[in-house]
Design a protein around this ligand. Structure first.
Ligand SMILES: Cc1cc2nc3c(=O)[nH]c(=O)nc-3n(C[C@H](O)[C@H](O)[C@H](O)COP(=O)(O)O)c2cc1C
Length: 171
């Protein structure tokens, strides 16, 4: 599947229903590699990517975000940020962890889309339980859960976005 970047960006959408078809290892490897090469502030790479694929771990993770569609995913990547390792801007102390994690996460979703896989950003989950499921130490925050799999349905929702004229200014 060859797409230019605009086409790829438009093809990614939040998939909320997955087929039971497993995600091939080579595709998962490509998705993870795309996260590895993401940029980060001062190249701190304050992240780790926990692949949740054992039946036991999946079932526990599903308890952190109790939605029927979420439970259909054959695997998950939990993107975790290290707030101790991330760059803090000297001028005001701003922690860039969330920005770095967001970039790596979007690499994951776009890489997955380029390979025909569906994903959905999930942040509205129970963070303390997720930390417990993953066995994370204090410095790590599970920031985003990305379910990954082949979409159950072929129907693609319309993009609902503001018009460029509302969000771009030229000075
Ligand atoms: C930071 C962030 C958090 C999100 N959290 C959730 C979530 O917890 N559950 C969910 O179903 N969708 C979640 N979404 C998906 C958004 O609802 C979705 O990206 C948005 O409505 C645009 O739709 P699209 O992804 O299909 O283009 C999240 C997206 C982002 C970027």
């Amino acid at each position: 599947m060859i797409m230019d970047f605009l086409e790829l960006s438009k093809s990614r959408y939040s998939v909320r229903g997955y087929s039971s078809r497993p995600v091939p290892e080579d595709l998962l490897g490509k998705v993870l590699e795309s996260a590895r090469v993401a940029p980060s502030a001062v190249n701190k790479q304050p992240w780790k990517f926990v692949v949740v694929r054992s039946e036991e771990a999946k079932s526990r993770l599903r308890g952190c975000y109790d939605r029927e569609w979420f439970a259909t995913a054959p695997l998950y990547i939990v993107v975790c940020g290290d707030h101790f390792a991330s760059w803090k801007r000297p001028a005001d102390g701003k922690d860039h962890c969330d920005i770095d994690v967001a970039i790596a996460t979007e690499h994951i979703t776009l890489a997955a889309a380029s390979l025909g896989l569906g994903t959905c950003w999930v942040c509205n989950f129970d963070v303390p339980s997720c930390k417990g499921v993953l066995g994370l130490s204090d410095e790590w925050e599970p920031c985003v859960i990305i379910p990954i799999g082949f979409p159950a349905s072929e129907s693609v929702p319309q993009k609902n976005r503001k018009d460029l004229s509302e969000i771009v200014s030229y000075i």
